[in-house]
Design a protein around this ligand. Sequence first.
Ligand SMILES: Cc1cc2nc3c(=O)[nH]c(=O)nc-3n(C[C@H](O)[C@H](O)[C@H](O)COP(=O)(O)O)c2cc1C
Length: 244
Amino acid sequence: MKKITALFLSIILVFSLAACSGEQSTGDNSDAGINTASESTDASSSNTSRTSSQKENNTDTDSNILVVYFSMPETNKADNMTTEEDNSVVVIDGEVLGNTQYVAYVIQENTGANIFRIEPQTPYTTNHQELTSIAKQEQNNNARPRLKENVKNLDQYDTIFIGYPIWWGDMPMILYSFFDDNDLSGKKVIPFNTHGGSGFANTISKIAELEPNAQVNENGYSVSRDDVQEAEPDIKEWLKGLGY
Ligand SMILES: Cc1cc2nc3c(=O)[nH]c(=O)nc-3n(C[C@H](O)[C@H](O)[C@H](O)COP(=O)(O)O)c2cc1C
């Protein structure tokens, strides 16, 4: 009888330890709080609608317009955001999108363009402090972070909308990589950006220097991160002014 009781007690002990270790590992993951950019992108597209995953990288149509953008949403979860996370995303119909990503989607929808997201080969962290110091380091080193993939069939396009957030008063260095890798000679290049107060910060003239044989449009679209959520009518108005 004693043996049966001892056996029963050890079975209970084994089950309680297993339960504890399960909780421990979940806690560890969420406490780390560091996701990669691509993890966050994957999660947000699986989370949500077909729209996000469809739009993520769609270069399948024969449109002669391409929207190229870089965006770094610092979370993929709509609730309990820190201020920094909240600053870097908009929530549209429950879907968490980077600020610049959202503007890119609106442009794509209203122009029938194809869309291409610039992503780094080594994903950026979503931890705000780490991200800001990595971005500063890249700028100081005049770095050229490698792209995960490049635009295919660039020849197909005569108009390129190019969008980015302002990082440390300039374009993120991966935009410089993009302009190094792609010769946009003869194409119309139309910049758009999102920011926390810097506006375009001279980036349009930098693009014109990097792509001297492109027609770089001076009338780009710039929106503060505080206004992105309600920007759709303005974006449409701007596009209308450009003839779309
Ligand atoms: C590393 C880093 C540096 C930034 N530097 C600036 C800046 O110099 N000026 C500014 O107006 N906003 C700055 N911001 C704010 C972003 O431009 C703004 O939040 C933008 O909308 C983010 O867009 P995204 O979600 O598409 O990445 C910075 C953000 C980060 C993450």
